[in-house]
Design a protein around this ligand. Structure first.
Ligand SMILES: [Fe+2]
Length: 190
């Protein structure tokens, strides 16, 4: 049998650039990038080639590719990896006008989605409430469109290796963090 060409991170980056060149529709972009990321996540060992990961721990966030040109809504998409501690979580947040694709290389993260509910939908005052959740395991991808609110939790019991494609580097985007218990919203620090 002829050897199968291996999909690489470089090929993935080229595919992402092509996606941005082909459409300005964030849904079409996110769907296409999610498909390419699924292909990349299925390649054994590619992430270890990029990161000098210890056998255990090694927590933190690591940039894998910062693009200067392509992106949405502005230029500068980012491919990064977060090495997450057991139980690591965050408050509900959005990604402003950017979209994000989350992929699990190894581990498991619970994704909880939130949305605004208004009087007439079982609440007295406008507030965000959970609107669904799912768990991503090895090789699973999910995307969140501009304005969508979500929250993540590492439920692997050990570390999780999470790959994220930000359509525009998130620390260059105005976005919001939500505290449902206190009904407050704040601009996230960049
Ligand atoms: Fe997020």
């Amino acid at each position: 049998m002829a050897p199968t060409a291996t999909y690489t991170m470089a090929t993935f980056i080229d595919d992402v650039k092509r996606v941005f060149a082909a459409s300005r529709d964030p849904l079409a972009q996110a769907e296409a990038v999610a498909g390419h990321m699924k292909e990349l996540l299925a390649v054994p060992g590619w992430l270890e080639e990029q990161l000098n990961l210890p056998e255990e721990e090694g927590y933190g966030r690591f940039d894998l590719h910062q693009d200067e040109e392509a992106g949405h809504p502005g230029s500068g998409f980012l491919l990064m990896c977060s090495v997450q501690k057991p139980g690591q979580d965050n408050l509900p947040h959005d990604h402003g006008a950017a979209w994000v694709v989350y992929g699990v290389y190894e581990g498991a993260i619970k994704q909880t989605k939130w949305r605004w509910f208004y009087p007439g939908e079982g609440v007295d005052v406008p507030q965000i409430k959970e609107s669904g959740s799912f768990v991503q395991h090895d090789g699973s991808v999910a995307f969140f469109l501009p304005g969508e609110i979500h929250q993540t939790e590492n439920v692997a019991g050990g570390r999780s290796l999470v790959v994220r494609l930000e359509s525009q580097r998130l620390d260059s985007v105005t976005r919001y963090q939500y505290d449902p218990a206190n009904r407050t919203v704040k601009v996230m620090d960049r």
